[in-house]
Write a new protein. Structure first.
Lengths: 299, 228
C-alpha cells in the first residue's frame, strides 16, 4: 500500500499564534480517517494546507507523492468539501453539479442524480436560497459523486437533520465499499461516525496528539460500573481517567485493555465492564490536556 | 476536459452576470435618456454619454468575479493559474462581443438619425471618423482595461485584505497628488497637453494596452499567492 498523504513538520503560524505546530503524519490508500479535535484545534487549517488552498509557514505536504500547489495531477484527484463553502450568487444546484462533473474525472452522473433525489435537493433553486442544511447536502453530494481518490469532508453536515446525516453515513459506507478511496472525515460528532473510522488523528492546540488505529484506540480503555466499594477495590492500583458516582453506584474508566482474569474478577464481584466509546476517550484526552496546562500556567 | 475550459464553462453558466445584466443596465440608461430626450426634444442634438454605463459595468464585473467565483472554483480543486486563464478568456470574449455590439449600435444610431429624436447615446464624436475595425479595437481595449482594473483591485483585496486595499488607495491617491503638484510646480501642463495632442485618438487609446497588460500580469502574481 502506498501513502496518499505525507505531511512532515507542518507548521502554520499567524503572527505569534501557532495554528499548527510541527505536525507529521502519513495516510494510506483506501482507508477512512477521522480527523478529530475541538474547535480551533487546527483541523480546518490542516485540510486547507493539504489542498494548497492556504500556504504553510513551514514543513512539507505531499499528496500522491507530489506537492499539491498548482498541481493538476494532484488536485484533479482531490475533493475537499468544507462546512462554509461559498457558491456564486446566481448558481443553481444544477450549475454546481455540472461544473463539478467537468472537474472530477471519476464523477458519476447517475450516482449524483440519485443522491440529489435522496437528499431532496431542488435542481433549479439557487444554492444561496437553500437552507443551511440543504447547502450542506449540496457539498455532500459533490463530495460523494466526485469519487475522488482523496476525499476530504470538513464538518460537512452543519444544519443537517439526523435523517440526512445517517443518509450521508449510509451512502459513504456503501459507496466506499464499491469504490474504495481515501477519506478524511473531520467532525465533532464522534459517536455518530466512530464505527466508520478505521484510523484516528487527534489534533489539539495545533499539535498531533494521537495517530492510532481506531480499533486499538477503542480497546485502550474500559469502564467498570457497580457498587461503589466493589469498584473501588477492583480499580485499586489501576490507572483511572474518569470517576463518576450516582447513589451507591460508581463508574470508573480505566486505561488499558482488560485481561481475561480481570473480566472474570469483575463478573464475580457483580461488576459490569464495557468498552469506552471513542467520543468519551477523546473528550477525556483533550480535556485533561487543557486543564493540566491551565494548572501549569497558574503555577 | 482541459481545466481552463472548465473554468470558462463555469463562468458561462452565469449568463445573467456576463450577458444579461450589462446590457440590461445600458438598456435602462437608454430608455430613461430616450424618454427625457423625447420630452425635451427641441431640435438640438443631445450628447448623453450613456455609453459610459457599459464601461462602468465591466469594471464592476472585474471586481465581483473574484469574490463570486474564485472561492468556489478553487475549492473544487481548480489551480489558480487555470482559474486566471479561464477568467481571462471569458472576460476577453465578453469584451470583444460588447465592442462589436457597441459598434453595431453606433451604426444603428447614425442610420436612425440618433433614434429619431437627435439623441446621441452611443456615438462619441471624438472617434467617429476612425474606421470600423479601429473603433472596435478601441472599445475592446478600454473594456479590457476596465475589467482588469476591477479584477486587479479584487485580487489585491483577496491577497492583502481590507487593510491592504486601504493602503493601495492611499498610495494611489498620494501618487496622483504628487504628480499633479509636480506638474504645476514645474509648469509642465502645456508640455503635457502638447505631448498628448501629438497622438491620434487611435494611437492614444492603443497605448492603454500597456496599463491593461500591467494589470493583467499584476493580477496573476497576486492570485498565485491568494488563499481561500
Amino acid at each position: 500500500m502506498t501513502n496518499v498523504v505525507e505531511v512532515r513538520n507542518l507548521t502554520k503560524s499567524y503572527g505569534d499564534f501557532k495554528a499548527l505546530d510541527s505536525v507529521s503524519f502519513a495516510l494510506r490508500e483506501d482507508k477512512i480517517y477521522g480527523l478529530l479535535g475541538r474547535n480551533g484545534a487546527g483541523k480546518t487549517t490542516i485540510m486547507h494546507l493539504l489542498t494548497a488552498q492556504q500556504f504553510p509557514s513551514g514543513g512539507e505536504v505531499n499528496l500522491f507523492g507530489e506537492n499539491p500547489y498548482e498541481n493538476n495531477r494532484v488536485l484533479a484527484r482531490t475533493c475537499f468539501i468544507k462546512e462554509s463553502q461559498k457558491y456564486p450568487d446566481t448558481f443553481t444546484v444544477r450549475d454546481v453539479m455540472s461544473v463539478a462533473a467537468t472537474l472530477f474525472e471519476n464523477w458519476d452522473r447517475e450516482y449524483a442524480s440519485r443522491l440529489i433525489e435522496d437528499f431532496r435537493l431542488p435542481l433549479k433553486r439557487r444554492v444561496k436560497k437553500l437552507s443551511r442544511g440543504m447547502q450542506s447536502s449540496v457539498g455532500i453530494v459533490v463530495g460523494l459523486a466526485s469519487r475522488a481518490p482523496l476525499t476530504i469532508f470538513d464538518e460537512p453536515y452543519l444544519g443537517l437533520d439526523a435523517v440526512a446525516r445517517s443518509l450521508f453515513y449510509e451512502h459513504l459506507i456503501e459507496d466506499y465499499g464499491k469504490f474504495p478511496r481515501t477519506v478524511i472525515l473531520s467532525t465533532h460528532l464522534i459517536d455518530e461516525v466512530s464505527l466508520m473510522l478505521e484510523h484516528v488523528l487527534l489534533i489539539d492546540k495545533g499539535k498531533l496528539m494521537i495517530d492510532e488505529d481506531a480499533e486499538a484506540l477503542r480497546g485502550s480503555a474500559y469502564t467498570v460500573t457497580g457498587a461503589a466499594a466493589k469498584v473501588e477495590r477492583f480499580s485499586k492500583d489501576k490507572q483511572i481517567i474518569r470517576k463518576e458516582s450516582f447513589g451507591g453506584l460508581l463508574s470508573v474508566t480505566i486505561v488499558g485493555q482488560s485481561s481475561e482474569s480481570e473480566q472474570e474478577e469483575a463478573r464475580a464481584s457483580g461488576l459490569e465492564t464495557a468498552p469506552v466509546s471513542l467520543q468519551q476517550l477523546i473528550v477525556h484526552l483533550t480535556k485533561t490536556e487543557s486543564s493540566q496546562e491551565k494548572e501549569g500556567e497558574r503555577k | 476536459m482541459n481545466r481552463v475550459a472548465c473554468v470558462v464553462r463555469s463562468h458561462s453558466r452565469d449568463k445573467w452576470s456576463w450577458y444579461v445584466l450589462p446590457w440590461f443596465v445600458v438598456g435602462m440608461a437608454f430608455v430613461i435618456n430616450w424618454a427625457i430626450g423625447a420630452l425635451a426634444a427641441e431640435g438640438d442634438v443631445i450628447q448623453t454619454g450613456g455609453i459610459a454605463s457599459i464601461f462602468v459595468y465591466m469594471f464592476v464585473s472585474g471586481c465581483i468575479s473574484v469574490t463570486q467565483s474564485f472561492p468556489f472554483l478553487i475549492s473544487l480543486s481548480v489551480r489558480r493559474r487555470d482559474y486566471f486563464l479561464g477568467t481571462t478568456i471569458m472576460a476577453s470574449a465578453v469584451c470583444l462581443g460588447s465592442a462589436i455590439l457597441l459598434y453595431a449600435l453606433t451604426e444603428i444610431e447614425k442610420a436612425t438619425g440618433s433614434w429619431g429624436i437627435g439623441m446621441r447615446f452611443f456615438t462619441i464624436p471624438w472617434i467617429d471618423s476612425i474606421p470600423d475595425v479601429g473603433r472596435i479595437w478601441m472599445y475592446l481595449i478600454v473594456l479590457l482595461l476596465m475589467f482588469f482594473l476591477g479584477f486587479f483591485i479584487s485580487c489585491w483585496h483577496r491577497r492583502f485584505g481590507r487593510i491592504g486595499l486601504w493602503l493601495l488607495s492611499i498610495g494611489i491617491f498620494a501618487a496622483v497628488t504628487l504628480a499633479l503638484v509636480l506638474t504645476t510646480r514645474y509648469e509642465r501642463w502645456d508640455d503635457l497637453g502638447r505631448f498628448l495632442g501629438g497622438f491620434s485618438p487611435l494611437g492614444l487609446i492603443s497605448w492603454l494596452a500597456a496599463p491593461t497588460a500591467l494589470l493583467f500580469a499584476g493580477s496573476y502574481l497576486l492570485l498565485r499567492k491568494a488563499t481561500v
